[in-house]
Design a protein around this ligand. Structure first.
Ligand SMILES: [Ca+2]
Length: 251
């Protein structure tokens, strides 16, 4: 990417015109799971995958431009230096879910990877209704949790069994942080961490809405936000330590 395009990309103005054309194997190495009319990534996007995107495109996230992303303590707090590169102030494991990325950052990654962010309907269908023949799940059944009839096995706060986090290096007054992407118990449709670990941006409402929905809950919460009827949203420009994403394609 040339300097002109990089400077525009930081303003999200020229995307996707400035990104390299897709050819050959998907550069992000996403493990796509086919679900009829669309595919969805098996795991949350990882730090390693996001790093490949940044290396290829020069993309600079909003949190980097702002000097850091957010966490909730006694209200929202901006943490200097807390970006996808150091989401808790220290270098993360490459397989940790990429966080401190806002909706625009996430959508840019997915377009580079040959996809897009999932619609809300796609995400819900993938998370709760078994459409394959995944061991342990009944084809055609809609489950209350992405982990099935029980939230156990997800990385949530208190309700999901043993904590599976990796050390973040930060003092957290709530929760222990995320597990490595794909390291928890396999869920509906063979997907990992649709329930909890990190919230996931979805393109809802579609279009240029300032607010975008997040799905599935996170390590910061118990099992309640893992359910389909739990609706949450954030400003599309907001970067948070427990919001990440996964991509979809097709449809
Ligand atoms: Ca998740």
């Amino acid at each position: 990417m040339n300097v002109f395009c990089r400077s525009l990309a930081t303003l999200s103005l020229c995307f996707p015109l400035c990104l390299p054309a897709q050819s050959g194997a998907p550069p992000a190495g996403l493990d796509w799971v086919p679900l009829g009319r669309f595919d969805i990534a098996r795991t949350e996007t990882t730090v390693a995958q996001f790093a490949a995107f940044v290396k290829a495109t020069g993309w600079v996230t909003q949190a980097e431009r702002d000097g850091g992303g957010h966490i909730y303590e006694a209200g929202w707090v901006r943490k200097p230096g807390w970006t996808w590169r150091q989401p808790f102030g220290q270098t993360p494991h490459p397989q940790s879910p990429a966080v401190q990325v806002n909706f625009r950052d996430a959508q840019a990654f997915c377009q580079w990877a040959g996809g897009r962010l999932p619609t809300d309907a796609e995400w819900v269908s993938a998370a709760y209704t078994e459409q394959r023949s995944t061991p342990g799940y009944v084809r055609g059944k809609t489950y209350p949790y992405p982990t099935g009839d029980s939230p156990v096995g997800a990385q949530c706060l208190g309700d999901c069994g043993p904590d599976q986090s990796v050390p973040t290096g930060a003092h957290l007054w709530r929760g222990q942080g995320p597990a490595l992407a794909g390291s928890t118990r396999m869920g509906v449709n063979g997907l990992y961490d649709m329930g909890a670990n990190v919230w996931e941006w979805v393109d809802e409402p579609a279009g240029a809405s300032d607010e975008k929905r997040t799905r599935g809950g996170s390590w910061w919460y118990g099992a309640g936000p893992m359910k389909a009827d739990h609706l949450a949203s954030k400003s599309r420009d907001f970067a948070v330590v427990y919001i990440g994403f996964r991509c979809a394609r097709g449809g």
